[in-house]
Ligand binder design. Sequence first.
Ligand code: BES
Ligand code: ZN
Ligand code: ZN
Length: 492
Amino acid sequence: MLSFASSLSPDSDAFVIFVTEKYVYKDKRDVLSSDTVQKINSFLSVLKVKKKEEDISSIDISDRQKCFIIRVKNKYNSYFPQERGGAFFSHLKKFKDIGKVDLYPDSLDFDSDKLVGFFSEFIFGFSLKSYKFNKYKTLDKKEIDKKINFKIVTSNRSKIEKKYKYYDAIREGVFLTRDLVSEPPNILNPKAYVSEIKKLSRLGLNIKIYNEKEMKKLGLNALLGVGQGSVNESYLVAIEWKGKKQSSQKPLAFVGKGVCFDTGGISLKPAKFMEEMKYDMAGSAVVVGLLKSFALRKAKINAVGVVGLVENMPGGNAQRPGDIVKSFSGKTIEVLNTDAEGRLVLADALSFTEKKYKPKFIIDLATLTGAIIISLGEEYAGLFSNNDELSKNIFKSSENVNEKVWRLPLHKNYDKLMNSTIADVQNINYVGGAGAITAAQFLQRFILNKTPWAHLDIAGMAFSKKAANLNPGGATGFGVRLLNYLVKEYYE
Ligand code: BES
Ligand code: ZN
Ligand code: ZN
């Protein structure tokens, strides 16, 4: 929760004012002493002369209180205000003994709506960047859990609170995604994952769980084949959100790859970096986080999230290269490489979702291929789609929230590479090259009724050893902000 105060507190370690591009600010609430104003003004005049382009500066008001000055561009939206908040978090972290900070948004010389717009995103970005996953740290707990105490001095309290509520719903979604991705694979096996998802029913989400017995009956054999080498049972989970009065409204569908650990199976991966394959469930974690956000912000849409949860292990009962499975769609798949398992899970999850929910569109997310990392690195997710309008909307959203995507082609000549000699389709392309595209072509074969569909290959985006503008490193939660924006802007 945000906390507010009517004036700056004399015992805070720092306070923050916001100035325009031209270093102008207002003391609308008359909370700055004349001595403070003088100090700030003379500092700003130096900055102006030096023409320093820095966003964040600070001065000592006294020997125990600092003033941070944040410069805000007039067209602030194109400068990603959330990322300004993230940058301020990193800046503040450098000052070890700052524990109490007052924020004074009304100092910004914008009209009140613009000011609230900027400030709410700023706070949102700050909190995204402050994420920590330290539940398995037992030493130095106190130091690790240290929090900064904030107070906001403003006349726009109710407007800020309203916006904050919206962004906080998204933050909770992002944090859930990051938590799930960060959990070690011995803890977050498919069954434990199902228990985590079940907890969301408190928020009004309807959770449907399909265990192995039920999946066998339904014929989800492509998904089941991936999990058969593991002692941990596989699951398919549907998370339904009905936020629209007319429940007949077609839902928006989100499908996620939830491979809780990907050893490669019998087509075993090399040992180096194999531990990273605990995040092979990130696509599903985005879907779960997104649906949590929808529920928390009471999105006026009908939506469904479907996640296939499996563990890809070698073992006496594991799937073999060469096995042929009959998928939910009826198509037979020759499994030439058991490490191309995500597409097998998604194949069934996609055709199941299309058949059962007849959605307006389906967007799937998956850490699907190493090839997408070779193409786009850690900058862009790969976007593949059978629909230009959906693609365009995703692209525009990605530009807006700065979770970048880049569309790559689908083409019948790539599709041909997935023809099997003895089954309907094979799970890898033996010609070589275009690995992310041929994976997407494989998925497209399981969209049977021309439903608008987009596939996001987030293998390079879900997790990073490096910190970025809005995360401290580790699980990023990439996709939750993107898809929330897409829904809010184009479908709600
Ligand atoms: N989970 C991997 C893809 C991956 C690789 C995600 C690196 C994140 C980082 C996927 O299941 C996989 O193993 N794909 C293979 C496909 C190949 C066998 C056709 C790959 O990309 O090497
Ligand atoms: Zn794999
Ligand atoms: Zn995988």
